[in-house]
Write a protein that binds this ligand. Structure first.
Ligand code: DX5
Ligand code: ZN
Length: 222
């Protein structure tokens, strides 16, 4: 089954609670929350208080994508705020094995995110530890960017790597997911699709989510 995770980065923040409830009612599977520090990525967004606020309005799993330096210092605060999934970027974690352990000891599912230029070898020796892998299909920092085509080969290679390691980690893809790209991403082996602008910039979230899910599950076959 395809999991669809709307990214609140493209939501209307003057009415965040209603936006989160609306995508839940519309059939979302997870809520994706992009945390940016203005250092690892050029943009700055929000921290644990927004995660806690989302927790109060939805029963969906909260998926926290940490695009921040030294994530280990603040991971406990995100766990306390109600994160169900936390991904850290391998580019920010010199002690990745330890950081993944830290997340799992807090009873949160642990994932590793990889920038478009980061090779899969970065996760080869932690594959057995992972609950999910996040393949960035744009350079992290902003919503509404164009999907990077080389991500397709990377998703296929990740799918092979996880099979070889007998890992059941979920493959999540983030960036430029929309009606034009989702089927090929699904065909390459993705399980979970993050979409911000392709959902929140449309008038009817239920219609949009249903169309994305159909495309992801049919994988482009009629
Ligand atoms: C980008 C974020 C994404 C972003 C995706 O750094 O990680 O989650 O919200 O936005 P779209 O779906 O508009 O490409
Ligand atoms: Zn994200």
């Amino acid at each position: 089954m395809a999991l669809i995770a709307p990214s609140i980065l493209s939501a209307d923040f003057t009415r965040l609670g209603r936006e989160v409830s609306a995508v839940e009612t519309a059939g979302a599977d997870w809520i994706h929350i992009d945390v940016m520090d203005g250092r690892f990525v050029p943009n700055i967004t929000y921290g644990p208080i927004i995660v806690a606020a989302c927790k109060r309005v939805t029963s969906l799993p909260l998926d926290v994508h940490l695009m921040i330096e030294k994530p280990e210092a603040i991971i406990p605060d995100f766990a306390k705020a109600g994160a169900d999934y936390i991904s850290v970027h391998t580019e920010t974690c010199p002690h990745l094995h330890r950081t993944l352990q830290q997340i799992q000891e807090l009873e949160v599912k642990a994932g590793v995110a990889l920038n478009p230029a980061t090779p899969l070898s970065a996760i080869e020796y932690v594959a057995d530890q992972l609950d999910f892998v996040l393949i960035m299909s744009v350079n992290p920092g902003f919503g509404g960017q164009k999907f990077i085509e080389s991500s397709i080969d990377k998703i296929k290679a990740l799918s092979d790597l996880l099979a070889q390691k007998q890992s059941s980690a979920i493959i999540q893809v983030d960036g430029g997911i929309n009606a034009d790209t989702i089927a090929s991403v699904a065909r390459a082996g993705a399980d979970c699709f993050v979409a911000g602008s392709a959902i929140f910039n449309t008038p009817d979230y239920a219609d949009t989510l249903a169309a994305l899910r159909t495309d992801a599950e049919r994988k482009g076959t009629p």
